[in-house]
Every structure is written in C-alpha cells, then in structure tokens.
Design a protein around this ligand. Structure first.
Ligand SMILES: Nc1nc2c(c(=O)[nH]1)N[C@H]1C(S)=C(S)[C@@H](COP(=O)(O)OP(=O)(O)OC[C@H]3O[C@@H](n4cnc5c(=O)[nH]c(N)nc54)[C@H](O)[C@@H]3O)O[C@H]1N2
Ligand SMILES: Nc1nc2c(c(=O)[nH]1)N[C@H]1C(S)=C(S)[C@@H](COP(=O)(O)OP(=O)(O)OC[C@H]3O[C@@H](n4cnc5c(=O)[nH]c(N)nc54)[C@H](O)[C@@H]3O)O[C@H]1N2
Ligand SMILES: [Mo]
Length: 762
C-alpha cells in the first residue's frame, strides 16, 4: 500500500490515537475560533466540581471532582460554543436565506453565535431581528390557532438540561400533546425500548467504578476515540491492568487498537502507546445479531462439554433459575441457528467467535459497552436484547464489575428522558404531573421522530418547535424531509448557532437564541446552576461562567417558560415566571413528579452529585413478570446480500472532525482522510467485482422497494480494510440515500447503519 498513489487527501495513518496529534488539534481549533483567552479558561472549568458539564458527550467523570481530564473532542465542542464569532442582525441583513442555503453546513455554523431573536421575512427573504415578547406572542398565536394540540410537534435535542427539558415537556403536556420527537429516537431508542422489556429499566446498569474490577470488556459498535474520548482513560486503564477488551466493529478504529493517553507523561515523552483491544473482530455491518448468536452458541456448547466431562458447566444456573424467564426458548433458538448462517451473516469464522466466547467464559465479571453500531439497524432493539441475553448466561448483571453499558450520545439525552421527554408517557409520569400540578395530561401515544416527519409531510402536523438540534438534517431522506418542513405553518428553533434546519422556512419561522452550557445564567434570584444526567445515571450540577455571547440571549428554561406563558396564559395555574426566577423551584417540581429525585436540591449540591437508582443494578427487575427476560430474536436478521449479491450494506459514521451535524473541519485523522468528506470506504474485492478503482467517482443507489429512487453521485471510492459486503461513509451527507422507511419497527430508530445499496462507477 505504501507506494501506491492515493487520491488527494487520503493517506495511511499509522500513529496511535490520542497523544501529540490530539494536543495539536486542540491548539488549532482554539486558534481558528479566536478564543485563545476565553476558550482556555473554559477548558479548565470543564467537568470541574464548580464548572459546567462538557457538552461533548455523556461519559461520566470520576466523581466529577477530578482534575481537568484532557479530551480533544470535548475541547472542540467547548471552543465551538465559546467562539468570538457572531451572527448578528447585520449578518442576516447581508445574506438572504436563499444565499445561505448554498453555504456548507460548516460555514453556516461558523458564522458564529446568534445574538438576537429573529423572524423570517419572506418579502425580503431574510431573517430580521424581533423582540422577545413579540416572538413569544407570534408562537402563542400560531399554537392557539391549530385545530388540535396534536398538530404541533415538540422536538428535543439531547443537550438541553434537566430543568429546560422538564419545563418543555410540561409546556407541551399542559398545551395538550404527547408529540415528542427527539434525538433519542435516532440514537439509543432501541435501548429505551429493549432494555425495559429485558431487565425493567431503559438505562445502563454499570457505574464507572465497575470498570475497575471487570475481568473482560466487550465493545460493540462504538468509536470512543472520537465520540467519547474520556472513555479512553477508562479503557486505557483497564488494558494496562490486563483486562481483555474484545471489539466487534467493521472498521478497525485506531483508538480501539492503540491509544496514547495525553495525561500519561511517559507515553507522551516516549511517543509510545497502549494496545487497547486484545481481540478485534471485523463483523460485517448488520452482522451483530448473528455474531451474538454465535457467541451464545459457543458458550452453550462449551457448557455442555464441561458438564459431559463431569464439570459444573459454564452457565450461572442459580442466576438463571432465580432471576430469569425464557432461558429454554433462548436455548432452542440458538440450537436451531446453524454455524453456517452465523458465519455467513456475521462474516466471522467459528474459530474467531469461539475464541471470544472463551474469554467470556474465563471472565468472572464482564461489561458490554455498545453504541450506534448496535442500535441504528432495522433490528436495533433485537440487537440490544441479545447483548443482555449473552450477559445473563453467566449472571453478568447487577453485581460488581459486570453489566450493560449503553454509551449515550448527547451529553444529557438520558436526563431528558428521565424528566419526561417521551412520546409514550407511562402512568407514573401522568400521575406525577397530576400530583404536582393538579391537572391530568392525556396518556395516548404521541409521535416519535419518523412519525413526526410523516405527519408533517401529510399535512396532519402544522407546527414544529425545536429545543436545539438540527432535526431535518439529522433525519434520513432529506429529499422527503426538507419539502415537508417547508409546508409547516410555523417552525421555531431554540438554538445557539445557525444550521440548515433553520433555513427550511415555513409560513412563519423564528430562531430564538439561547445561552450555552459555558455561559453565566442569571435570573432574578441570582446566578443559576443546571443539572444533567450522564450515561451512568449520575446527576450533577453544571454552572457556566463565561460572559454570554450577547446580552439579548435567554436561557433555555426562560425561553420555554416565555413560550408557555404566552401560549397557556394561566391555564392550570402554573407560575412560569416563578419557576424560572430560581431553578431550585423547577427542581422541586421535578422531585414532586418523579420521586426518584428525592432531596434533589440537597443531593445535587454535594460534589459529584448523586446516582439515580437503577433497580436492575440491584437485581430488582421492574418488568411485567418481575423477572429478567431472555427475549428471543427468532432467526437471524435477514441479510440482503445473501438474497442479492449485487447489494452492499451501507453504514454511516461520524468523522473525527464533527459533532453530529456540526462539522468542525474536513479531517478524519485516525481513518487517514484529510480535507474532504466525499468518500466511500470499500473493501478491495467489492471494488474489483464492480470494476471500481480507488478515487473513482461512484453512483450509490438504495432500493427502498417503492418507486422513489434514492441516489447519490460523485463520492469517491476509498480502498479500506473493512469486511466484504460492507461499505461506509459520513453522516449526514449520506442521509440522501437512506429511505425514511428503513427503520427499526420496534423503536422507530432509522437504520442509519444498515442500508442495502447498489454501487457502481459513475
Ligand atoms: N466528537 C463527537 N462526539 C460525539 C458525537 C459526535 O458526532 N462527535 N456524537 C454524540 C452522539 S449524539 C452519539 S449517539 C455518540 C455516537 O457515538 P458512536 O456510537 O461511537 O457513533 P458512530 O460514530 O456513529 O459509530 C460508531 C461505530 O460503529 C461502527 N459500526 C458501524 N456499523 C456497525 C455494525 O453494523 N456493527 C458494529 N458492531 N459496529 C458498527 C462504526 O465503525 C463506528 O466505529 O457520540 C456522541 N459524542
Ligand atoms: N446517517 C446518520 N444519521 C444520523 C446519525 C448517524 O449515525 N447516521 N446519528 C443520529 C444521532 S445518534 C443523533 S443524536 C442525531 C443528532 O441530531 P440533533 O441533536 O438534532 O443534531 P445536532 O447536530 O447535535 O444539533 C446541532 C445544533 O444544535 C444547536 N445547539 C448546539 N448547542 C446548543 C445548546 O446548548 N442549546 C440549544 N438549544 N441548541 C444548541 C446548534 O444550533 C447546532 O447547529 O442525528 C442522527 N442522525
Ligand atoms: Mo446520538
């Protein structure tokens, strides 16, 4: 490979992840965003006891009391927010919305922080400044005019604090709808749907301390070197103490292979690094269910052998008998699945799967971590439940050093759910609101993300309010989504920076600019703290300290309260102004609705905050049966390629230089891609079979089975060591070939990582 001529910007990258490359990247970001002074002080306050919660990811901090934990991509997220660039009314005066539409996503956000409320004026095709009261009134009028509250959609992106999210769901429920599409619908919804059925709670069962005593860690479909860099500290430590780490991922992600910890002086001084994965299995995209059945089959076979030889076997029979249902059905299903099916769909050999199963059996305590590689498939929920089944064979739940660890996305996406952002309210939520506020919200099921888009496209929904995010760009199938959004009566975006969703103007369109995590939030009782919940159910305070980007910004809770007050007047007697004057009062109400938050204000003031109870961590199963359930996924996920060898399975990924739809720069350092994103990673043999050479322009076409072709032209082929049958490229660019109909029917999560496509040279 070394001597080959590669396309512009494509190189082999040999260094370990982390290390000096990461430090250099931070210095560059700081410079580009002109924030040297502001940014550096901000970095020092990230995840400190008296500081703010890093908006980068939801990985927990050791007690939230440690010294600054270096994180390249956390640093990017913070500097991106604390930039000195501003998108002022003057900026919007200079650029029409039609002009801005032609800009790249990078350039849109790079225009800087929005400084004042804006309303779209179609006569001049521009956003113009509007005062807050008028803005609230415009929204209130539009919402009041709808025939039914169910014609409105309330989207949430997972950055909102518990306080903002709680007020937001209270507003929508008091207004009269359960339409809560949220980023979780595109992310860990299979976790929120799958885990409750299996173990009675939709959250992970492990704590950060459990990683110190795990004997093996299995990692499925997540890329922590880029998306959860602080998790690398945990994996680095585990690896150094000899804990095997077994990875299932179609891509050889560099940080999972080897990592140099920037806080390790020896590794930095000697340019050395630590090997992370002890076994790395390049499973085919969409092959995890098969791989998991292979692992379980191997465990059951070893168990039977051991018993035949007079041993005690390898299953935790006490756990299975005492705590679970459905083991016999699981065993039948696994026995009925042939090794032939398992190996052809997973792309892994029986020997490989057996070697991983041996590590599993030898370990007394096992943790499984997983991310989008598991959830974003049309069988995402079944995938999650097979992870649980695998763990339960040896009782790896609810004890020290063992358990399930969904690695969450947005920094407070889990907290948003906990405080009521859900389109499927349960009785506890409804009863809690009635108890605390004296009115009973309705309990019918509202819209998730996919249903929202369909309702808007059909004209059933007419208003869209977005608490953060870039909904239209994050969804699959923009050619369907974009025109739909433009048909709305009203679209409202509570945001920090300009993005493409804001340019999809409706009859009325508003942008309401808010404070970011890093900024001081002063209300009438004084400076406020917010709270967030991390991936391990720890709730802690977050307090910004930078001067706000503009004096006209309001906090998210204040904006939500403003909208609610203008719309609802004094309906249900909720004192919106009072709640916002002092966030302790919002927290009192959170506690009143959700008793799990008892003594909220007191407990959250302790350094490090507190962990919400997760019953499954104590082997208490809040399922309908009161037991943990082995949920069988019959058969193996249908493999499109086995039906039509011309098809490939497309998976979409985040580069190292992006945060979801926010593109910080055009580089994906660890994968050796620089200055471009128009790439499709392909296996050499798949390229040859199609007569494609590296650098060739491609045509990618998905086949949703209806008459609407989804096509993308012009991206280049990059030869990459991934399994045959799998191809990969970047999100959100590739959303154009993902049909809206390709999603997990149980959770509604789009199958962003399992799209059957045809590929040819242009
Ligand atoms: N810097 C940064 N941090 C982030 C984000 C960001 O964009 N940038 N996004 C945040 C959000 S919202 C989220 S949800 C998380 C996302 O974090 P991750 O879950 O890590 O998300 P992805 O990068 O989409 O993909 C993860 C991995 O799945 C692998 N994969 C793809 N298909 C398959 C498959 O079929 N099976 C298996 N086993 N693996 C597969 C890919 O190769 C990739 O390594 O990160 C959060 N943190
Ligand atoms: N093909 C493909 N599509 C995907 C995925 C994939 O892996 N592949 N991943 C999916 C996943 S996991 C997710 S979570 C979604 C992400 O979907 P979203 O959460 O909707 O998208 P983001 O890109 O995180 O939103 C970025 C915008 O949030 C706003 N913002 C930033 N900070 C703040 C803040 O503090 N407050 C407010 N109010 N606004 C703020 C800014 O205006 C910024 O432009 O995308 C999904 N889409
Ligand atoms: Mo996410």
């Amino acid at each position: 490979m070394a001597t080959k001529n590669r396309p512009v910007g494509i190189r082999d990258y040999h260094a370990a992840a982390g290390g000096w490359g990461a430090l250099e990247a931070v210095a560059r970001t700081l410079k580009e965003q002109q924030v040297i002074a502001r940014g550096v002080t901000a970095l020092l306050k990230a995840n400190q006891p008296d500081g703010f919660d890093c908006p980068g990811c939801a990985w927990p901090d050791p007690q939230h009391t440690s010294s600054f934990e270096f994180c390249e991509n956390g640093a990017k997220a913070i500097t991106w927010e604390s930039t000195s660039k501003r998108a002022t009314p003057d900026f919007f005066d200079r650029h029409t919305v039609t002009d801005l539409w032609g800009w790249t996503d990078y350039d849109l956000e790079n225009s800087g922080r929005i400084t004042t409320p804006l309303m779209y004026d179609p006569t001049v095709d521009r956003y113009v400044a509007i005062d807050w009261d008028s803005a609230f009134q415009v929204v209130a009028n539009a919402l009041t005019r709808l025939d039914s509250p169910d014609q409105a959609e309330f989207y949430t992106s997972g950055r909102a604090s518990n306080e903002a999210a709680f007020l937001y769901q209270l507003f929508a429920r008091a207004y009269g709808t359960n339409n809560f599409p949220d980023c979780s619908n595109m992310c860990h919804e299979p976790t929120s749907v799958g885990l409750p059925q299996s173990i009675g709670v939709g959250k992970g069962t492990v704590t950060l301390e459990d990683f110190d005593s795990a004997d093996a860690i299995f990692s499925f479909g997540h890329n922590p070197g880029t998306n959860h860099p602080r998790m690398m500290t945990t994996l680095h430590e585990a690896s150094r103490r000899g804990c095997p780490i077994v990875v299932f991922n179609p891509f050889k992600e560099r940080a999972l292979e080897r990592f140099a910890a920037p806080q390790n002086p020896l590794e930095m001084a000697t340019f050395s690094s630590t090997d992370i994965a002890s076994l790395y299995f390049q499973v085919r995209a969409g092959g995890d269910l098969a791989a998991l059945k292979g692992l379980m089959k191997s465990v059951l076979e070893h168990d039977a052998q051991d018993i035949a030889q007079g041993g005690k076997g390898h299953l935790d029979r006490d756990f299975i008998t005492e705590h679970t249902n459905g083991f016999d059905q699981l065993r039948e299903d696994i026995e009925a699945t042939s090794w032939n099916e398992i190996t052809s769909v997973s792309g892994l050999s029986r020997v490989d799967l057996e070697s991983a199963a041996k590590i599993y059996i030898r370990a007394e305590r096992v943790i499984i971590c997983y991310g989008m590689g598991i959830t974003q498939h049309s069988n995402g929920t079944a995938n999650v439940q097979q992870l649980v089944n695998f763990l339960m064979l040896r009782g790896n739940l609810g004890r020290t050093g063992a358990g399930i660890c969904p690695v969450r996305g947005h920094s407070n996406v889990q907290g948003n759910r906990t405080v009521g952002i859900t389109e499927i309210p349960n009785a506890d939520l409804i009863n809690g609101i009635e108890r605390a506020f004296g009115f009973r919200p309705k309990q019918d099921k509202g819209h998730g993300a996919v249903e929202t888009i369909k309702a808007i496209a059909d004209g059933r929904s007419k208003a869209l309010i977005c608490l953060g995010g870039n909904f239209a760009v994050a969804m699959s199938d923009p050619n369907y989504v974009f025109p739909a959004i433009r048909k709305l009566d009203i679209a409202v975006h509570i945001a920090t920076k300009l993005n493409r969703s804001h340019l999809l103007t409706a009859k009325t369109t508003l942008i309401l600019p808010c404070l970011g995590r890093t900024e001081i939030d002063v209300q009438s009782s004084g400076t406020q703290s917010l709270t967030v919940e991390d991936s391990m159910s720890v709730v802690h305070a977050s307090r910004g300290f930078l001067k706000p980007a503009s004096t006209l910004l309001k906090s998210e809770p204040a904006i939500v309260a403003g909208l609610a007050k203008a719309t609802l007047k004094d309906r249900h007697g909720i004192d919106w102004d009072g709640l916002v004057s002092n966030y302790d009062l919002i927290r009192d109400k959170i506690e009143a609705v959700f008793p799990i938050f008892f003594d909220f204000n007191e407990r959250v003031r302790k350094p490090g905050g507190f962990r919400l109870r997760v019953a499954a961590s104590e082997r208490v199963w809040e399922t309908t049966s009161g037991r943990a359930e082995f949920v069988v996924a019959c058969g193996i996920h249908e493999d499109p390629i086995l039906k039509d060898p011309n098809l490939l399975v497309l998976t979409t990924l985040r580069s190292h230089g992006q945060y979801n739809t926010t593109v910080y720069n055009m580089d994906d350092r660890y994968r050796g891609v620089f200055g471009r994103r128009d790439v499709i990673f392909m296996n050499k043999d798949d390229m040859e079979a199609r007569g494609v050479s590296e650098g060739d322009r491609l045509v990618i076409e998905s086949d949703p089975g209806d008459n609407e072709r989804k096509v993308l032209e012009g991206f280049i082929a990059v030869e990459y060591p991934i399994p045959r049958g799998s191809i990969g490229g970047y999100y959100p660019e590739l959303n154009v070939v993902i049909p809206l109909s390709t999603y997990d029917k149980r959770s509604g999560t789009p199958a962003y990582k399992g799209v059957p496509v045809k590929v040819r040279a242009a």
